[in-house]
Design a protein around this ligand. Structure first.
Ligand SMILES: Nc1ncnc2c1ncn2[C@@H]1O[C@H](COP(=O)(O)OP(=O)(O)OP(=O)(O)O)[C@@H](O)[C@H]1O
Ligand code: SF4
Ligand SMILES: [Mg+2]
Length: 342
């Protein structure tokens, strides 16, 4: 499999007068062509800032202060605004959690889809035809009429679908979906996920899927990285993550899910609160909440270590976690691709 995106030791910090928040603190992963890669973790763990960094969308006082983001071997971090604009919304598209933040309220849906065709030499009629096709594809009824409407005339589910249509109009190589369904009810969530899966097959694109929801990971992802305190603490293929998790945090996340097929619930918080990223505890950032913590964990930060070539874990005591067994038995994708230690 060919690499599409390589994130190497990414560091995105919010630099304020009195403190520095390390929202992304040395994150590395690779996304291959035609795969769905999941980023999962509690609120505030750095998922959104990771994907914003990829598109040069980190807002001040945030800044990418280190690392590389190689898209087709070119470093996005070093690109000019113009170069980035050529990629954003064209080769890489993003769907945000809340469609209203990225849809334009004063432009008709048609106009917003047309913008994605700006760089093509399509005629107006071709653009119209393609827009109708896309709206149909994402399940918007009577697209000929609906495309002449404004976003406030759409329901939440329809807006999300419209945003997906806009994101797909440029036939991106990579679709970044940042909690694309959290604001929607469960039935619509499921439909949108199925739609993304279907479109991925049809268009042959890769997806970076950010979610709180492990059930969605199980349903959608080939490989997955678990984030905690701005760092990846475990990364492997989805089947291995659910069947033999090896980081205590991943294990706790899995244990907090109902043990039934198809369960679809938000993660229950683990005891204790997520850490303040401006003032991380010494040693392993998870130690105040970890049932396995020892003295070493309080003083020394573990590195992300290869358990196998396709399974990395950030923990000092991997021998203690051998017995972990996922009790959640979703219909996970078996195998995934042969990711390497990136
Ligand atoms: N504007 C900001 N100023 C200062 N710190 C910020 C700002 N935006 C984000 N952060 C910090 O970045 C961290 C990571 O934020 P991010 O949005 O990536 O979290 P997340 O994992 O996407 O969470 P959620 O699941 O709630 O969306 C937060 O914990 C916060 O401390
Ligand atoms: S390093 Fe220590 S505190 Fe951190 S996850 Fe492993 S056992 Fe828990
Ligand atoms: Mg987020």
């Amino acid at each position: 499999m060919n690499k599409l995106l390589e994130v190497k030791d990414l560091q995105t910090h919010f630099i304020m007068k009195n403190e520095v928040v390390k929202a992304v603190d040395g994150v590395s992963f690779t996304i291959y062509e035609k795969e769905t890669f999941g980023l999962v973790g509690e609120s505030g763990s750095g998922k959104s800032q990771t994907c914003r960094s990829i598109l040069g969308l980190v807002k001040k006082p945030g800044k990418v202060v280190g690392g590389e983001i190689l898209y087709k071997k070119q470093d996005v971090v070093k690109m000019s605004k113009d170069q980035l604009r050529k990629i954003r919304g064209h080769e890489i598209s993003i769907i945000f959690q809340e469609p209203m933040t990225s849809l334009n309220p004063v432009l008709k849906i048609r106009k917003q889809i047309f913008e994605a065709f700006d760089r093509t030499d399509m005629t107006k009629e071709e653009k119209r035809k393609k827009s109708i096709e896309l709206l149909k594809l994402v399940g918007i009824p009577s697209p000929e009429t609906r495309m002449e409407e404004y976003t406030h005339q759409f329901s939440g589910g329809m807006r999300q679908r419209a945003m997906i249509a806009i994101a797909l109009a440029s036939e991106p190589n990579l679709l970044i979906a940042d909690e694309p369904t959290t604001a929607l009810d469960v039935t619509i969530q499921d439909q949108i996920m199925q739609l993304l899966n279907q479109l991925k097959e049809e268009l042959g694109m890769s997806i970076l899927l950010i979610t709180h929801d492990l059930a969605v990971v199980a349903q959608m992802c080939d490989r997955v990285a678990v984030m905690y305190a701005g760092m990846i603490v475990e990364m492997t293929d989805t089947f291995t993550l659910f069947s033999t998790p090896r980081h205590p945090y991943t294990n706790a996340l899995i244990q907090s899910l109902p043990n039934q097929k198809g369960a679809n619930e938000r993660l229950e918080p683990i005891h204790g609160a997520p850490p303040n990223l401006a003032d991380l505890p010494m040693g392993c950032p998870f130690h105040p909440r970890c049932n396995f913590a020892e003295e070493l964990c309080r003083t020394s930060r573990p590195e992300l270590t290869d358990l196998t070539p396709t399974h990395q874990v950030r923990c000092h005591f991997l021998n203690k976690t051998v017995g972990f067994k996922g009790t959640f038995t979703p219909d996970t994708k078996q195998g995934g691709c042969d990711g390497e230690n990136s």
